[in-house]
Design a protein around this ligand. Structure first.
Ligand code: ADP
Ligand code: MG
Length: 333
């Protein structure tokens, strides 16, 4: 199947007085039509910057150093501003992590949704109103007439996120970027929002890039996953393979750091911290935290290696046979 979105070798820096913050470094991954693709990693690993780059919403001091973002056959990074506005308005939309602050505080939520529908579809006021109510209903909101008349501050966080999702889908996008869409929500509400995203994805055929630091969310929802650490994609895999045969030491560490009721031992935090992205050392950025680090890891960046269909890893240790005497790393089971 051909890809809907293909990111190749994307590098994004923030120019600061202290030098360049290398927020995204040579990231590559692709998303297929209709799939839910997870982008997972600790806070600060470059997930949001990647999403904002796709929509070209980054402003200086951010700078796209290199890379290509192919979407429906065109390079988004090379599009004229007007064409990019069309992509943003109709083909790719985004749901942010704080829905309340992304909504207009002085306009009832129904009116905001109607505005998007009218702009996009050129619908009459009455059609737009009907479609807005139908979309709110589709997004699991009850008593839609009453809700539509309310302002964002009168709605709960979960309700605001449902409205944001309705707005994002009002233009029938082919790709929805969802950046930690359940942050700050109660566990049960978060689960409902994720179910809603999955159902809407399946119903509309849109692909979803789901950004999260939570592997539990990935396990429940995603088809394929990219694992990001300190601006680098270290592994991409089908979700089953990621959990059953993780190849990168960082992925394994992430898996071990998830609390699980079915495990005898307590969760293990990932050792060390995400390294500074201000002029980071060459090589693998996980080297300083890695239990199986080798000398070459600190010198050279490991290439992306295809382990099997839908499974890539960037790690010398994962593709080099274990050397005699070196401690073998067991699987995660
Ligand atoms: P994530 O979403 O994975 O938590 P981000 O994409 O927000 O991470 O950030 C990636 C890196 O970019 C972080 O190290 C962050 O400090 C840096 N960064 C983000 N915005 C700026 C900025 N305006 N100036 C400098 N550095 C920034
Ligand atoms: Mg983020």
């Amino acid at each position: 199947m051909s890809d809907l979105l293909r990111i190749e070798n994307l590098t994004v820096h923030f120019d600061t007085d202290d030098g360049a913050v290398e927020a995204v470094d040579g990231a590559s991954f692709s998303i297929r039509p209709g799939e839910i693709f997870g982008l997972v990693g600790e806070s600060g690993s470059g997930k949001s910057v990647t999403a904002l780059t796709i929509l070209r919403l980054l402003r200086p001091p951010a700078r796209i150093v290199s890379g290509r973002i192919a979407f429906e056959g065109r390079d988004l990074l090379a599009l004229a501003a007007a064409d990019m506005r069309h992509v943003r308005g109709a083909r790719i939309s985004m749901v942010f992590q704080s829905p309340r602050t992304s909504l207009n505080p002085v306009l009832p939520v129904g009116a905001q949704l109607e505005r998007v529908i009218r702009l996009h579809a050129g619908a009459s006021a009455r059609e737009a109103r009907e479609r807005a109510l139908a979309m709110l209903r589709e997004c699991g909101i009850s008593e839609v007439e009453r809700r539509a008349a309310q302002y964002p501050h009168q709605l709960s966080g979960g309700m605001c996120q449902r409205v944001m999702i309705a707005m994002a889908l009002a233009t029938s996008p082919r790709l929805l970027l969802a950046d930690e869409p359940t942050t700050g929500l109660d566990v049960s509400i978060a689960a409902q929002i994720l179910d809603l995203l999955r159902d809407l994805g399946h119903r509309t055929g849109a692909s979803i890039l789901l950004i999260t630091h939570d592997l539990g969310v990935v396990a429940g929802l995603c088809d394929r996953v990219a694992v990001m650490h300190a601006g680098q994609i270290v592994e991409t895999a089908d979700v089953r393979r990621l959990f059953h045969a993780p190849a990168h030491p960082y992925t394994r560490a992430l898996l071990r750091s998830v609390p699980r009721v079915d495990r005898e031992f307590a969760m293990e935090p990932i050792p060390g911290a995400v390294p500074s992205l201000l002029a980071p050392p060459p090589g693998c950025r996980f080297a300083s935290r890695c239990p199986v680090v080798m000398p070459e890891c600190r010198i050279e960046r490991p290439a992306v290696t295809l382990l099997e269909v839908d499974h890539t890893v960037s790690c010398f240790a994962a593709v080099t046979p274990v050397r005699a005497g070196a401690p073998a790393e067991g699987g995660d089971g």
